[in-house]
Write a new protein. Structure first.
Ligand code: FAD
Length: 318
């Protein structure tokens, strides 16, 4: 079987869940070969092997952390040259998308971003995307060169399929000066103890109907009872009730969780653009005509200040 390159998203060798999802999808296309850049390849290898990596190509250089994406593009390009894969799968993070775009340019091939599914086709991998503010679902294929595809978190449930996963050293010549943009400092964001919004399996979002920053505690309580991340509509963010980093939608973050709960959100097209690919959508809204009800799997017509705390209580007792 042909090889499929998967760029590993990790923190010092601790593999993040989107990579396990990519490995699961990659197995539909061929044999996954993981590309691990930075420290911790030996730590990561058993996990990568458990999810189907037949090999782990590892490279570590100070440039990977000292500079923004270019050294990683150099390394991924070297991996492509050594493996000649049928596709390169990259996580759809901000960094992943920039790496993927630069790689596709260097390979003179095509790029598909924010895929929510990937499958094998007779003439190459086919990626499913939700486009034009989620108005259409497209299935597309790259017609020339090695396809580079970024895949959104939560697009597949990770499934183990043990493989060899031996670590091999990848020889990389890094662009002199790291491509120009040097990292001057890094600051960890203060942790809320909740999962990262774009990776969470469950997201609970509040909108203008929450009616005040102080009332977001109702949304947070439901999120915490479910182990979920908290999101917000732009109306709630613009009002200063919740941070912009939590905004879901066209000009915010794009999420695709197993379960998305929208409370006090009308369902404007720009909000839908960021959450429509969620697997199950639940809305609580006091207006039965609210457009959000057109796309939900389950809708509750009611006051969120009654419905959401009742739901939270019920979940806590189970
Ligand atoms: P509203 O539309 O005001 O809806 C509030 C809802 O709460 C109503 O349906 C109401 O019935 C309900 N409600 C009120 N009180 C209660 C209660 N007590 N219990 C239950 N329900 C209640 N929006 C985004 O969200 N994300 C984006 O990224 C984004 N990008 C945009 C980009 C552009 C270029 C533009 C023009 C707009 C963008 N918007 C975005 C804004 C978008 O058009 C909407 O204005 C916004 O999504 C509305 O937010 P909302 O649903 O919270 O508020």
């Amino acid at each position: 079987m042909a090889d499929v390159l998967v760029l590993v998203d990790h923190v010092d060798g601790s593999v993040r869940k989107p990579t396990l999802e990519l490995l699961t999808l990659a197995r539909r296309l061929g044999d996954p070969v993981a590309v691990h850049l930075g420290p911790g390849a030996d730590t990561a290898a058993p996990t990568l092997a458990e999810y189907g990596a037949v090999r782990v190509l590892a490279a570590d250089a100070p440039e990977f952390t000292e500079y923004l994406v270019v050294p990683k593009v150099d390394a991924l390009r070297a991996a492509v040259e050594s493996v000649s894969p049928v596709a390169v799968l990259v996580p759809s993070s901000a960094e992943g998308k920039e790496i993927a775009a630069r790689l596709a340019l260097r390979l003179d091939s095509g790029l598909i971003t924010d895929a929510v599914d990937v499958e094998a086709g007779d003439r190459g991998p086919i990626a499913t995307q939700s486009v034009f503010a989620a108005s259409y679902t497209t299935r597309s294929r790259i017609t020339s060169g090695i396809p580079v595809i970024t895949v959104k978190p939560n697009s597949a449930a990770p499934e183990a399929a043990p493989a060899a996963g031996a670590v091999e050293t990848l020889e990389v010549t890094v662009t002199e000066g790291g491509g120009g943009t040097r990292v001057v400092s890094r600051a960890a964001r203060e942790s809320t103890g909740r999962p990262e919004l774009t990776e969470a399996a469950i997201v609970v979002s509040g909108g203008r109907g929450v009616n005040g920053a102080e009332n977001f505690s109702v949304i947070e309580a439901l999120a915490d009872s479910l182990g979920a991340a908290v999101g917000a509509s732009r109306a709630a963010v613009d009002a200063g009730w919740y941070p912009h980093s939590s905004q879901v939608g066209q000009t915010g973050k794009s999420v695709s969780p197993q379960l998305y709960i929208a409370a006090g959100i009308s369902g404007a097209i720009q909000h839908r653009a960021g959450m429509q690919t969620s697997k199950t959508i639940v809305a609580v809204n006091k207006d039965e005509e609210a457009p959000i009800f057109d796309l939900v799997d389950f809708g509750v017509v009611g006051d969120l200040f009654q419905v959401v705390p009742t739901l939270t209580e019920e979940i806590r007792t189970r």
